[in-house]
Design a protein around this ligand. Structure first.
Ligand SMILES: Cc1cc2nc3c(=O)[nH]c(=O)nc-3n(C[C@H](O)[C@H](O)[C@H](O)COP(=O)(O)O)c2cc1C
Length: 189
């Protein structure tokens, strides 16, 4: 009888340990905030997310910089997004494999992610990783970007994204909105 009780106790203890470790790996992990920004709004949002999560930060930069002339930029971005073009990047983060949560930010360009972000997502093995999208925009919110991100990361868990208007990233309540979103999707407690 005593041996039976002992066996049950050990089994219960074993099950509790397994359950606890499964729960913590679902919610915690090493975080990378990776972003592309042309005029600074997405960079600002990325820095706020870094502060809130304590993750590492990485700026995605195309090998060839985009034109500063707005009209030329619009035209080039239109052609590239339409063609699902993926430009070469200056660099990739070191030890990308060590991150299991990648918070990925882009400006909304023609209703989708900017091409360098597509390059980044297609260059990395994202199998089993949690992808957390965010975007700054001029009114179009996330546009169709979630569809494209889903296509680029077929083996990842993609969470709800957060769009913030470019001219509102510096507002006092933006950080609260970021915290609320990260809590809702269980990236922070
Ligand atoms: C080439 C280009 C295309 C854009 N297309 C859209 C769009 O389709 N929808 C939208 O809401 N905003 C659009 N915008 C506005 C940007 O998404 C917005 O200004 C964003 O905050 C810029 O981010 P950044 O400062 O990090 O580059 C576009 C801006 C550029 C330069």
């Amino acid at each position: 009888m005593k041996t039976k009780i002992w066996l049950w106790t050990i089994m219960a203890l074993f099950l509790t340990i397994i359950q606890t470790s499964a729960q913590s790996s679902k919610k915690s992990g090493k975080i990378l905030v990776a972003y592309f920004s042309h005029s600074g709004n997405t960079r600002n949002m990325a820095n706020q997310i870094k502060e809130v999560t304590g993750g590492d930060i990485f700026e995605i930069q195309p090998l060839e910089a985009y034109p500063s002339d707005y009209k030329t930029l619009l035209d080039q971005a239109k052609t590239e997004t339409k063609a699902f073009y993926k430009p070469a990047l200056k660099a990739m983060p070191k030890n990308i494999d060590s991150y299991n949560i990648i918070i990925i930010g882009s400006p909304n360009w023609w209703s989708t992610i900017a091409p360098p972000v597509a390059s980044f997502l297609s260059k990395v093995d994202l199998k089993g990783k949690i992808i957390v999208p965010f975007m700054t925009h001029g009114g179009g919110r996330m546009g169709h970007s979630m569809e494209y991100i889903n296509k680029l990361c077929p083996d990842s868990k993609i969470t709800e994204g957060l769009p913030i208007r470019g001219n509102e990233v510096t507002d006092a309540d933006t950080k609260q909105e970021i915290v609320k979103w990260l809590k809702k999707i269980e990236i922070i407690k």
